[in-house]
Design a protein around this ligand. Sequence first.
Ligand SMILES: Cc1ncc(COP(=O)(O)O)c(C=O)c1O
Length: 277
Amino acid sequence: MKDRLALALILDAERSGALKPGQTVVEATSGNTGVALAMVCAARGYPFVATMAESFSIERRKLMRAYGAKVILTPAAERGTGMVRRAQELAEKHGWFLARQFDSPANPSWHRNTTAAEIIGDFAGRRLDHFVSGWGTGGTLTGVGEVLKLARPDVKITAAEPQVAALLQGEEWHPHKIQGWTPDFVPSVLNREVTDDILKIDDLLARNTALRLAREEGIFVGVSAGATAAAALRVAESAAKGSVILCMLPDTGERYLSTFLFEDVIDGSDDEWLAAQ
Ligand SMILES: Cc1ncc(COP(=O)(O)O)c(C=O)c1O
């Protein structure tokens, strides 16, 4: 999901002249935007530096470095705000281009033109009752939500956020395990007006739903996707019979092998299981 955003941020900055040929790009990221920016920057000839809180998965650091990027870790205690501040400081000090996914209009704009346009195309002439998404920058929720409000005004938009960090519901932020969701601030690109309902999802339910998607549906996804699917299942509980519910699954599960998503999954041989056969 973040590959499009990264391309949008870079193409937009090239077009406006804000990004000069060969200039270093820097961005604060919970990891997926960083991986995507590292890929786009490698392909288009820009050095890339990510600032990322140390609490995000090791897979993300290694993937970015595989694309030739540098990763500067910030203390988990400084939260999302800390990594954003560090990126700003580095941009100012070294004259680097700051990609600003949390503030750039290119973020929701690209989702309006791609994600939303694809949804409108795929559901042309077909029933669609609900759209469910979590939020990190809010780009997906805002871009898709704004287009659906215009093109399919009957579709109900549900935002989901962590149980312990329900910022859109006016609650306090506490650390949560749904990587990619809800930093400790509400980003400027997020348009609250598009949401009809907001649900809270607990870390464990997010994890268990991600594991269920793999085992029961063959869909191998990350924690935020599990959380979004859990929110969609909750919408289904009270939706009219036959309702069509669409939800956004942002990421593959392979970026979470080192996290709590897999803490109960063994990495040795299944000998005990074999003995019981
Ligand atoms: C795994 C994951 N899920 C969800 C999101 C949230 O998407 P958005 O930034 O469009 O709100 C992100 C954003 O970084 C993410 O990395």
